[in-house]
Design a protein around this ligand. Structure first.
Ligand code: GLN
Length: 258
């Protein structure tokens, strides 16, 4: 009987030690996870900056890898939400997201509504027409023509400046390109790196670019107006530039060209 009691006591002790051990481990695991979450908004149809991986909903692209590296550097988890390009600034202002990375050009107009990080990519606009179009050689030949652009973008702003042009806007650059393919418009104005990527991925079967790159544009990461998050992002980005990580991501998506 005594033996049984000792055995039982030992068993209880062993059990409670195991439980304590488990509890301790659980606490450790919780501590290891970064406490903060960076809620990032993007417009997920803008290859090669942000687009779904083939056969998956998961996003990839230069912007996605950059913001993930920035989050890691800042010690925060990154959660990415897709939305329309024209919904990003309202989402920032409403506090639904902390940052927006979406190949977003830093403009004076947008600077009134949001704060931008340091620029991270030099871009510009280009005109795309059908391959058999011999009349349009540059933006100067678009007067009075039908132009497609992505809604709320610098491409749309440029199109609206073309005298007498009929501008149609679409949710994505791809939809604007489809309208060109279907003959609904004479030209598309969009971001050069995105148009180029589109052409190399099969778009060149029906379309081509004409004229020179227009506007000197810089992409920046947007945060809520005057948020100190911009300084944290800049610090992390500067570190990634110093340690070679930024160049590694850049080269993966764009090769050597700058
Ligand atoms: N760079 C363009 C702009 O900022 C287009 C961005 C986009 O469509 N994702 O307006």
């Amino acid at each position: 009987m005594k033996k049984l009691l000792v055995f039982l006591m030992m068993a209880v002790m062993a059990c409670s030690m195991m439980l304590a051990g488990c509890g301790g481990e659980k606490k450790e695991a919780k501590k290891a996870e970064p406490a903060k979450v960076l809620r990032v908004g993007t417009e997920p149809a803008f290859a090669p900056f942000e687009f779904p991986k083939e056969g998956s909903k998961e996003l990839t692209g230069f912007d996605i890898e950059l913001i993930q590296a920035i989050g890691k550097q800042m010690g925060t988890k990154v959660e990415i939400a897709g939305m329309g390009f024209d919904a990003l600034i309202p989402a920032l202002n409403a506090g639904n997201i902390d940052a927006a990375i979406a190949g977003m050009t830093i403009t004076e107009e947008r600077k009134k509504a949001v704060t931008f990080s340091d620029p991270y990519y030099t871009s510009g606009l280009i005109v795309m027409v059908k391959k058999d179009n011999t009349a349009v050689k540059s933006v100067n030949d678009l007067k009075g023509k039908r132009i497609a652009a992505q809604i709320g973008t610098t491409g749309e702003m440029k199109a609206r400046k073309v005298e007498g042009a009929k501008v149609t806007t679409f949710n994505t650059q791809d939809e604007a390109a489809l309208e060109l393919k279907n003959g609904g418009v004479d030209a598309v104005i969009g971001d050069l790196p995105v148009v180029e990527y589109f052409l190399t991925k099969g778009g060149d079967k029906f379309a081509m670019t004409v004229g020179e790159k227009m506007e000197a544009e810089q992409y920046g990461i947007a945060v809520k107006k005057d948020s100190k998050l911009a300084a944290d992002i800049n610090k992390a980005m500067a570190e990634l530039k110093k340690n070679g990580e930024f160049d590694k991501i850049y080269k993966k998506w764009f090769g050597e060209k700058k």
